[in-house]
Design a protein around this ligand. Sequence first.
Ligand SMILES: NC(=O)c1ccc[n+]([C@@H]2O[C@H](COP(=O)([O-])OP(=O)(O)OC[C@H]3O[C@@H](n4cnc5c(N)ncnc54)[C@H](O)[C@@H]3O)[C@@H](O)[C@H]2O)c1
Length: 272
Amino acid sequence: MNLIPEIPLGQIHILVTGAGRGIGKSIAQTLARNGARVMVTDFNEDWANETAEEIRKEGGEAQASKLDVTKTADAEAALNKMLGFWNKLDIWVNNAGVSTMNHFLDLTEKDWDDNMDINAKGIFLCTQVAVRQMIRQPINVNTGLRGKIISTASMASKRGNAPFLAHYVASKFAAMGLTQSMAGELAQYGITANCVCPGYVATSMQERELGWEASLRGVTVEKVKELYIADTPLKRLQVAQDVASVVLFLASPAADFITGEAINVNGGAFMD
Ligand SMILES: NC(=O)c1ccc[n+]([C@@H]2O[C@H](COP(=O)([O-])OP(=O)(O)OC[C@H]3O[C@@H](n4cnc5c(N)ncnc54)[C@H](O)[C@@H]3O)[C@@H](O)[C@H]2O)c1
């Protein structure tokens, strides 16, 4: 279940947002284990530093920077720091995201704004920064590519019927739509854009959601966990590595001709 796949990436340069915890941390570790130089970023600078330190301890190459994805200036600063070390950006992974849960009528404007700002607008702002750099870099004559944008969307990008998550669903549909739009427009520069759509992943986000959902449904946390597993044909909760492994594939040359895709990685919980 926790098998870490080996797809050698060579010495490419990848920035990951929201990589201090959860799925982003696993993405950063997995890419580094396969040879990438990783700029680990997070809203929480200490967590970013921790992830980078863990990668270095196991022999990988990583640096860290604070990056709040709602701030263009943060994205530019993290990129400049990265360029100072390695002078190259090959792949930008938009992973940072947040959620809250409530009945539709009880959701607040702040719930809406936070989810839309971080989960959707954050991808827009960060990708602009990434692409401006990528188009300054020479095209790879062998692949015809300059760079890749990979984003963490969600099963909620495709399945609107997700209780207590109307605002999150809206932000994740936006993330997927943006991915498709970017793929169309950025192809002319040799830049691909794809996203992954995880299901029920055991992370700190899920811990918080289990608590909220249990209280909104009037059941125990264990009962909600059972519901998530029952909704998943492969009959277990996902782990972050399940998602990171697909991001590794998208980062690799094996996926060079894929663009505009939203790849389900959810144990069959949603199929399309
Ligand atoms: N856990 C799941 O079940 C699940 C399912 C589908 C999609 N996702 C998506 O996967 C991504 C990662 O989620 P996770 O489960 O690892 O969550 P998590 O809460 O465990 O980790 C999220 C990380 O993002 C960081 N972050 C939060 N706001 C930020 C901001 N404004 N700028 C930069 N970093 C910020 C946090 O500090 C944290 O390190 C999110 O986009 C989430 O929506 C999660």
